[in-house]
Design a protein around this ligand. Structure first.
Ligand code: ST9
Ligand code: ZN
Ligand code: ZN
Length: 352
């Protein structure tokens, strides 16, 4: 197996791997040059407004909105979150499973509520993030610091290296899907309706909420909250946590991020084996809501061809490149879940 692109800094699909435990032949590098940042004032002003409005929305969420509005905002958070995790991320960016058109339609609608740009653009940036991870061609290169990888990358022009290497990226599979083409073509209209208009109008007309509460809670607070949770995967989960699978990269296992990100914080595993539809190795999927969602649709046949990685390959990789924190290598380790311990076969057990 030879890597598709000689300068790749991370595997994207299984076919990129070149070692028996599915890594690249070369050790990843970290790189960030001091390219002057070209500020994009439109984005700076809009994001500053959004965050101030979201603080007000958070206050109204706690002290003023009707309970139905709060529940509605939570439901929108889960729906739009799944549009990112199960849709843009695991299905479209990584092709880690396939979905029949009704599921793709549901996911594209959920995805539009999230307003993180069209799924085609999201997946294109994300493929660059894996393939050229922690280099100038990575849109939110974490070696440029927490702020840059969190939100800063959306406030400046992209690095020329990204645009140059991006020309070689194959996204023909994304453009082949008419549902994705439709979303991209009418994105501005569909996103305005899904992310701002419906979330404001529904609470007002369905349970008599005030316009102010509906707009600031269900639209702006909910939107800013999901954005920040998503960005935490790029910032916090590229900085803090164990590296049981590959200690040579920044992405880490971050359970706190995972809880809010519907199962997407197990980022050291994910960057090691990005085509695994679970994005984690957990035996039980309690912290992986997205995996349970995909499993449900697999049961009814709408999701199929789910890719995962064998225990043997994971074990070999953990031994060769892990930082020693993998829970399978020690009984009673802090990460050893009670369920796993209960499920273990123990001969002549005695706890002392
Ligand atoms: C947002 C996205 O927030 C967040 C994504 C986060 C990803 C997280 C991943 C973590 C894992 C998953 C976990 C999920 C957890 C979810 C939990 C949920 C509960 N390849 O972009 P342009 C070329 S969006 C190849 O304009 P500028 C291309 O030729 C927020 N080529 O660059 C392109 O032309 P075209 C809302 C590429 O001018 C041209 O360059 N949205 C690539 O430098 C120009 O591209 C916003 O705020 C590529 N990747 O502007 C909008 N990229 O497109 C933010 C570019 O015609 N964006 N090219 O083919 C912008 O305003 C601008 O993109 C910019 C850069 C100012 C940042
Ligand atoms: Zn990452
Ligand atoms: Zn990914």
């Amino acid at each position: 197996m030879a890597p598709k692109s000689a300068d790749a800094n991370g595997v994207l699909f299984e076919s990129d791997a070149a070692t028996p435990d599915l890594a690249l032949p070369n050790r990843p590098i970290e790189q960030a040059d001091d390219q002057p940042k070209q500020l994009v004032w439109r984005n700076i002003i809009l994001f500053a407004y959004l965050h101030l409005a979201a603080i007000y929305g958070g206050y109204l969420f706690l002290f003023s909105a009707k309970w139905q509005t709060d529940v509605f905002a939570y439901i929108l958070y889960v729906m739009s979150g799944l549009g990112i995790t199960a849709g843009a991320h695991r299905l479209w960016a990584h092709k880690s499973y396939k979905a029949k058109w009704p599921l793709r339609l549901i996911l594209v609608m959920f995805n539009t509520l999230a307003f993180q740009d069209s799924a085609i653009d999201w997946a294109r940036d994300h493929r660059m993030h894996h393939k050229y991870s922690e280099t100038d061609a990575d849109p939110h290169n974490a070696t440029r610091g927490f702020f840059f990888s969190h939100i800063g990358w959306l406030l400046v022009r992209k690095h020329p290296e990204l645009k140059r290497k991006g020309k070689g990226l194959d996204i023909s599979d994304l453009y082949a899907d008419p549902i994705l083409r439709f979303q991209k073509k009418y994105y501005l209209l569909l996103m305005s309706i899904g992310c701002f208009i419906l979330p404001t109008v529904i609470p007002v007309y369905c349970w008599g909420e005030s316009w102010i509460n509906a707009f600031f809670v269900a639209a702006l607070f909910r939107y800013a909250f999901i954005l920040n949770v998503t960005w935490l995967v790029n910032s916090a989960a590229h900085k803090w946590g164990d590296k049981p699978y590959d200690k040579n990269i920044k992405p880490s296992e971050n359970i706190s991020v995972s809880i809010f990100a519907l199962g997407e914080g197990f980022h050291n595993y994910h960057h090691t084996f990005p085509w695994d539809y679970k994005t984690a190795e957990l035996g039980n999927n309690r912290l992986n809501f997205t995996t349970n969602f995909i499993n449900f649709f697999a049961k009814i046949g709408w999701a199929y061809d789910l890719k995962t990685v064998s225990d043997e390959i994971v074990r070999n990789r953990v031994k060769r490149t892990g930082d020693g924190s993998h829970h399978l290598w020690g009984w009673g380790d802090k990460d050893h879940s009670k369920d796993e311990m209960d499920a273990a076969i123990r001969i002549n057990p005695k706890d002392d």
